[in-house]
Design a protein around this ligand. Structure first.
Ligand code: SF4
Length: 497
C-alpha cells in the first residue's frame, strides 16, 4: 500500500497510471488538496508515503518527490527542474510538467524499488513513432538512442529495438501518399471466447443465427464505402479481413464475401490481402482453396501456445495438432505468407512450456510470427475473474522468444504496447525480410488512412499535413450495427477528403 500526496498539482489520473509501473493498482491511494507537507510528516501512517510537489517560479518548474518508508526510518528524494520559455502555450507547458513529474518520480522509485522497467516513462502504445519522429528531424542513430535513453528513460536495448524497427518500416511508410488507403473488414464471430479477449467478438453458438443477416448489412456498408473511395479517388494498398475469426464463415459465405469485395473495389493497386484464419478449428481445405483462388496473399493461423493444457485453459476448442494440420494444409495449397501468433505468460505457462511452443513453431518455420505478451484487458474474462499474474519469468520469456526468432531468420518489423501487459513489456511482429505485413505497419505508424467496415470496426483517417488523425468508430453491438448500418459510411464521409 502506498499513499501519494500531490501538492501544487492535480494530475491524479496520470500519476496513478504511472505508479502502476511500481505498485499494484489496488494499493495506490492518491490524495490531493494538500497545502504543505508538514502535516503529512506529523501523522502516523501504516504504509509508505510519497510526497510529490510541483512549483513554478520565474519560468522554472521544479518537481520535488520524496518517498518515506513505513517506519520513517529513511527517505529518498529527487529534485528536478526545467526552464520554460515565457511565451510557451498552456498545452505545451502541461505536457512538459507531466514529463518532468514522471521522470522525477521514475528516478526516485527506480532506485527505491530496483525494478526492471525497460520502457521508462513511455506509456503510449506506439513507441516506434517516436523513433520515426526523430529520424524525420534528421537525427543520427546515436542521437536517437541518446534521446530515448535520457529523455524517456528507456533501457538501451529497447531504444535500439525501436530504431531497428523504424528503419525496417520506413520504406513501407514513406514517402507518404495521401491517396493510398487500406481497408479493414470485421467479421466479429468466434467459435468460443478466449479468456483474455476484449474484442467485440460474438461467440458463434449464441450469434450463429445472425451470420447471414450480418453479411447482408456488411455488404450495404461495403457498397457505400466503395462508392466513397471511388468518389475520392483513393488507391487501395492493402486489405485485412479480421475480427473475430473470419474463417468462422462457411465456405460459401467466404466465397461470396471475398467475391463481393473484389467486385466492389478497384484493386489494381492492391499489394497485400490478409485474412485472419486465427482458429485452426475453423479452417478446412475448401476454405483455404477459396482464399487462395480469390487472391488472398497472407493468412494467419494462431496457436497462441502449442501446449494443449493451456489451450483448454484459455478457452480455445482446438489442440496443437490442429494447428500443425491447418498450417501444413495451407502450405500445401500454396500460401507463402503465413503468420502465427503466440502469447507469452498465459496462465499456468512456464519457461519449459514456452520452449516447447517455440520448438514446435520452429519446425513449421512460418515467415511471420507475432509474439504477444499477455495483457489483462478490461472486459476480458481474466479481468472479470480478478486474475492475478504470478508470472515472474515474463522478461526471460520475451528474451527466449527473441532468440528463437533470430535463429529462424525472423526480424522485428512492428511493435506496439498495450495497457495492463505483464511486465509492462511489448508485442513484436517478426518476419523474414521482404514478408512484412504492410497493413500492420500502416495501422501502427498512422501515416495512411484505414477505412474500416463491419461491427466494432474503427476507421482511422489521417491528415499527414496537419499531423492529425480522426478515429471514426462503427457501432460495436451486432444487432444495433445491422439496424443502423446506413449511418456507418456517412460517418466516414465527414472526414474522408
Ligand atoms: S480468437 Fe481472437 S477475437 Fe476470437 S475470442 Fe479469441 S482473442 Fe477474441
Amino acid at each position: 500500500m502506498v499513499k501519494v500526496f500531490l501538492i501544487g498539482y492535480d494530475y491524479k489520473y496520470e500519476i496513478r497510471e504511472f505508479l502502476k509501473l511500481f505498485y499494484p493498482a489496488n494499493s495506490i491511494e492518491i490524495i490531493t488538496d494538500i497545502k504543505d507537507s508538514t502535516d503529512i510528516l506529523n501523522k502516523d501512517y501504516k504504509n509508505d508515503i510519497i510526497i510529490s510537489e510541483l512549483k513554478i517560479k520565474n519560468n522554472i518548474i521544479t518537481a520535488r518527490n520524496k518517498i518515506i518508508n513505513v517506519n520513517k526510518s529513511n527517505f529518498k528524494e529527487t529534485i528536478n527542474n526545467i526552464q520554460i520559455n515565457k511565451n510557451e502555450n498552456e498545452t505545451k507547458i502541461k505536457k512538459l510538467i507531466k514529463i518532468l513529474l514522471k521522470s522525477s518520480l521514475f528516478k526516485l522509485l527506480q532506485t527505491e524499488k530496483n525494478k526492471y522497467i525497460p520502457w521508462g516513462i513511455l506509456t503510449g502504445i506506439r513507441p516506434v513513432k517516436i523513433a520515426h519522429g526523430l529520424m524525420d528531424e534528421n537525427k543520427t542513430d546515436d542521437e536517437i538512442i541518446e534521446k530515448l535513453v535520457s529523455d524517456k528513460l528507456l533501457k538501451k536495448e529497447k531504444a535500439l529495438l525501436l530504431l531497428e524497427i523504424a528503419k525496417r518500416e520506413r520504406p513501407y511508410v514513406y514517402p507518404i501518399d495521401k491517396n493510398k488507403v487500406s481497408l479493414y473488414i470485421s467479421i466479429p464471430f468466434c467459435p468460443s471466447r478466449c479468456i483474455y479477449c476484449s474484442f467485440p467478438s460474438n461467440s458463434l453458438s449464441k450469434y450463429y443465427k445472425y451470420k447471414s443477416d450480418y453479411l447482408k448489412a456488411l455488404f450495404i456498408e461495403i457498397n457505400a464505402t466503395a462508392n466513397l473511395i471511388k468518389e475520392k479517388n483513393k488507391k487501395i494498398e492493402t486489405i485485412y479481413i479480421g475480427g473475430g475469426t473470419p474463417t468462422c464463415l462457411d465456405s460459401d459465405e467466404i466465397s461470396i464475401l471475398i467475391g463481393h469485395i473484389i467486385d466492389s473495389f478497384n484493386l489494381k493497386d492492391l499489394k497485400e490481402f490478409t485474412v485472419e484464419a486465427g482458429r485452426p478449428d475453423t479452417i478446412n481445405i475448401e476454405k483455404l482453396k477459396i482464399l487462395k483462388d480469390k487472391g488472398v496473399t497472407r493468412i494467419s493461423i494462431n496457436p497462441q501456445t502449442m501446449n494443449d493444457i493451456t489451450l483448454k485453459r484459455i478457452g480455445r476448442n482446438h489442440s496443437a495438432i490442429d494447428v500443425i494440420k491447418a498450417y501444413e494444409m495451407a502450405e500445401k495449397i500454396g500460401f507463402k505468407n503465413i503468420n502465427m501468433d503466440i502469447i507469452l505468460g498465459l496462465p499456468g505457462e512456464n519457461i519449459d512450456m514456452l520452449i516447447y511452443t517455440m520448438d514446435e513453431i520452429k519446425k513449421l518455420a512460418p515467415n511471420n510470427l507475432t509474439v504477444h505478451t499477455l495483457a489483462i484487458k478490461r472486459t476480458s474474462k481474466l479481468e472479470k475473474e480478478n486474475y492475478e499474474d504470478n508470472n515472474t519469468n515474463i522478461v526471460d520469456m520475451l528474451e527466449i522468444s527473441k532468440e528463437y526468432c533470430e535463429n529462424m531468420g525472423l526480424k522485428p518489423y512492428y511493435l506496439y504496447r498495450q495497457k495492463h501487459m505483464l511486465g509492462n513489456l511489448e508485442n513484436i511482429g517478426y518476419a523474414i525480410p521482404g514478408n512484412e505485413c504492410i497493413y500492420n505497419i500502416q495501422i501502427m505508424e498512422e501515416k495512411q488512412s484505414i477505412i474500416a467496415m463491419g461491427a466494432g470496426a474503427v476507421s482511422k483517417i489521417v491528415f499527414p499535413d496537419e499531423d492529425r488523425l480522426e478515429r471514426v468508430p462503427n457501432i460495436k453491438d451486432l444487432i444495433t450495427y445491422m439496424d443502423r448500418v446506413a449511418e456507418m459510411p456517412e460517418r466516414k464521409k465527414i472526414y474522408l477528403i
